[in-house]
Design a protein. Structure first.
Length: 71
């Protein structure tokens, strides 16, 4: 699973701490989701996507982290 959460946070200008507050998670947990590519419950993923006003598929997608996207 490819995790683009940090990329999305950067695009939206939202800090990890702000996201954590919005979705009622601990900041270290949000950091672990990003740094360790943790699997999250679908309910948590949906909360994060909603807080960032985006689709869940824009944050998480299937595939290999090393794959290159063809533009």
């Amino acid at each position: 699973m490819i995790n683009r959460l940090q990329e999305m946070l950067n695009q939206k200008g939202v800090s990890q701490r702000t996201l954590a507050r919005r979705v009622q998670l601990e900041s270290p947990y949000v950091n672990r989701i990003i740094k360790e590519n943790l699997d999250v419950r679908i309910s948590t993923a949906l909360k994060i996507a909603k807080a960032l006003k985006t689709k869940i598929e824009r944050i998480w997608s299937e595939g290999n982290r090393d794959e290159k996207t063809i533009a």
